[in-house]
Ligand binder design. Structure first.
Ligand SMILES: Nc1ncnc2c1ncn2[C@@H]1O[C@H](COP(=O)(O)OP(=O)(O)O)[C@@H](O)[C@H]1O
Ligand SMILES: [Mg+2]
Length: 238
């Protein structure tokens, strides 16, 4: 939840008094034209950035009150272009756990755990010893997803996770993301410019423009009868 959030970057107001609620247990699409501030918003949720003014709340508490490592353990992030740590697929998954520090329920990052994580993102466990350097874009993004899931986060943030992929690969990855969310009642917030993806795979939609909230609500309602002309025009461009 964001309350009166202002974010300035190099003197420009990129978020301009934003109030947004991201409902727990739902898959939310964050949509709006390029430059609307979608990535800027997402980055505030696990404190990759802090706002200039206003409050970001997670489970009713300001995110600034959580130790950063705890917050990042509980709120995972997948970027548009998958960034792999050098080494194997298994190295990448173990690194996520090592970086997050011991949580309340420490995970034993053994071979079975690696295999289980890979299966959860529909990658064959035989990928574990492979060097990430030689994976395809879609495979890397699945490893990035598995890595984000390694700490069993309650919230998963995804910034245009399918933008760099072919439509077919993108659609399969979306199905995986939605299944992973549904499996665990996890909250998912996904930025996407593929509007069909928002329409078909999410339950809640937040429309932003110029650093402000335009409109938010159940995905079907927004796509079928948006209240605001700007939302209608944007969604019609799908
Ligand atoms: N590090 C930065 N420094 C200055 N301006 C930035 C920076 N990051 C983003 N911006 C600007 O902030 C605005 C919002 O960017 P962003 O959150 O990336 O939008 P979106 O993800 O919706 O395309 C844009 O006008 C962008 O140029
Ligand atoms: Mg962006």
């Amino acid at each position: 939840m964001l309350r009166g959030v202002v974010q300035e970057k190099q003197g420009t107001r990129v978020l301009d008094g934003l109030d947004v609620t991201l409902p727990g247990g739902e898959v939310t699409a964050l949509v709006g034209p390029s430059g609307a501030g979608k990535t800027s918003l997402l980055r505030l949720l696990n404190r990759l950035d802090d706002p200039t003014a206003g409050t970001v709340l997670f489970r009713g508490r300001p995110v600034a009150g959580y130790p950063v490592r705890e917050l990042r353990r509980r709120v995972g992030f997948v970027f548009q272009a998958p960034v792999m740590f050098p080494g194997t697929v298994a190295d990448n998954l173990r690194a996520a756990v090592a970086l997050a520090g011991p949580g309340e329920a420490p995970v034993a990052a053994d071979e079975r755990w690696v295999a289980g994580l890979l299966e959860s993102v529909e990658l064959d466990p035989a990928y574990a010893p492979r060097d990430t350097e030689h994976l395809s874009g879609g495979e890397k993004q699945r490893v990035a997803l598995a890595r984000a899931l390694a700490t069993r986060p309650e919230v998963l943030l995804l910034d245009e996770p399918t933008a760099a992929l072919d439509p077919e690969v993108a659609e399969r990855l979306m199905s995986t993301i939605v299944r992973v969310a549904a499996d665990s009642g996890r909250t998912v917030v996904m930025v996407t410019h593929r509007l069909a993806e928002a329409r078909d795979f999410t339950t809640h939609t937040v429309m932003m423009e110029a650093g402000r909230l335009v409109e938010a609500g159940p995905t079907r309602a927004l796509f079928e009868r948006a209240t605001h002309e700007r939302t209608r025009a944007y969604l019609a461009s799908a």
